[in-house]
Ligand binder design. Structure first.
Ligand SMILES: [Cu+2]
Length: 428
């Protein structure tokens, strides 16, 4: 799905009629001293589960002899990769296909050619067929690459991509003769920040689109409910500097009230291209996604394979295993066991640092007249309305009989008299 905001600006930019963030007065003249230009890799609001898969600025113009300095900007992993004549390598490979790898450790591994740095001699990039250069796997976790530098020795336009996000995440370095006036490193970075601000201004529209995909719970014959939780959401939006790939690293919904006997089915969103997991750690230590053994980085079997039975309790790990987008979308179902009421958090092992977390509120009482815990999701809406567990109700219909201290994720836990909620339901 695409939105055509700034379409004219995109066209102008694509035919070179716009030179953003540059004025004649502040252009950099030919300068004998080589300069370093910073490009930020990715954009993330990790408290909101928002990732923009792009480089900022998307295009940077430098003089021959200047250096581009890429800085990892997200927990979401990326690469800076110049393919020039090399085919797009896959990020993951069956271990059996990689010489020297041991499939007994894990049947799936990160492609060594994709995740290992490949730096040309002296860090100098000249382009040309077969001039493969790669940052290696960039991220903010221990062992991941945080910065990558290349000095450009010849004029030309050099396109690079991210091996994690494919051709949808690309950038370019335009190398010109020292005679040409170009933006300074500070101006180029300011342009990047401007592009980031524009990208963030497009996020609310994507969030609205994503919320529209939420599936309401279905009632089963025995009176239990089946809840569907969609994993992730991806959308390409149009900005003044080209198409932008947005990923919402979120569960839809990320907060649900369940009862013992209910079923929770996790399913990759049909609008998503990212792999995910749905995992209940129950207090256990989180297994790392990458398992380094020798020279290789395997996909940790604890992440790759499903864990636990299909009846959810408060002990031990329950995990979907790696869910890769595809048709049909993979699903993972759990029946809520006969467990104590209260919160039960879950997360995506790949994207929890990017904000992909959720929680079940387990309640036991099925009686509509008894008090039931709800979330006060928005304390104030227009016209004396509040929002309880996503439901808009008039505040006069609700009696808050207990409010626990502190926050539960982004929300405050309160208990609401169910009689009042029942009335509120009628008045919707
Ligand atoms: Cu995920």
């Amino acid at each position: 799905m695409k939105r055509f905001l700034g379409h004219t600006a995109t066209l102008l930019a694509s035919i070179g009629l716009l030179l953003p963030a540059m004025t004649m007065a502040s252009q950099r003249r030919s300068n004998p001293a080589p300069q370093t230009y910073t490009v930020l890799v990715g954009l993330e609001q990790s408290n909101k589960g928002v990732d923009v898969e792009a480089y900022f600025p998307r295009s940077v113009t430098i003089h021959v002899g200047d250096t581009v300095h890429w800085v990892q900007n997200t927990y979401e992993i990326h690469t800076v990769t110049f393919l020039d004549g090399v085919q797009l390598p896959p990020l993951l490979l069956p271990s059996a296909e990689v010489p020297g790898a041991d499939p007994a450790i894990s049947p799936l591994m990160f492609n060594p050619g994709a995740v290992r740095p490949s730096i040309p001699s002296g860090g100098v990039y000249t382009g040309g067929v077969g001039a493969f250069a790669n940052s290696g796997l960039m991220g903010l976790e221990p062992g991941q690459v945080r910065e990558f530098d290349l000095t450009f020795a010849s004029e030309g336009t050099f396109v690079y991509i991210c091996l994690v996000h494919g051709l949808a995440m690309s950038g370019q370095v335009v190398v010109v003769s020292p005679e040409e006036a170009i933006a300074s490193p500070n101006q180029a970075l300011a342009e990047g920040r401007q592009q980031m601000a524009e990208a963030l201004s497009l996020v609310p529209g994507v969030v609205r689109d994503a919320a529209a995909q939420i599936v309401p719970p279905a009632t089963n014959e025995d009176g239990t409910l089946t809840h569907t939780v969609l994993l992730g959401y991806g959308e390409t939006v149009v900005s003044s500097f080209g198409d932008l790939m947005m990923d919402l690293m979120q569960f839809f919904p990320d907060k649900l009230t369940v009862r013992p006997g209910d079923t929770v089915t996790f399913e990759i969103s049909p609008e998503d291209t990212e792999p995910h997991t749905a995992t209940f750690l129950n207090g256990a230590e989180e297994p790392p996604v990458g398992l380094p053994v020798g020279d290789f980085l395997y996909v940790n079997p604890e992440v790759l394979f499903p864990q636990g039975s299909d009846v959810l309790t408060r002990t031990g790990i329950y995990s979907s295993g790696l869910m890769l987008p595809g048709t049909p979308e993979p699903t993972y179902s759990l029946v809520v066991g006969d467990i104590k009421p209260g919160l039960l958090p879950f997360l995506c092992l790949l994207h929890d640092n990017s904000g992909m977390m959720g929680e079940l509120m387990v309640v036991r009482d099925r009686s509509p007249r008894a008090s039931r815990p709800c979330y006060l999701t928005k304390p104030s809406l227009a016209g004396s309305h509040i929002e309880i567990s996503g439901m808009k109700v008039h505040s006069s219909k609700v009696t808050i009989i207990a409010a626990k201290n502190g926050r539960m994720g982004r929300m405050t836990l309160v208990t609401v008299a169910a009689v009042m909620v029942t009335e509120a339901l009628k008045s919707r």
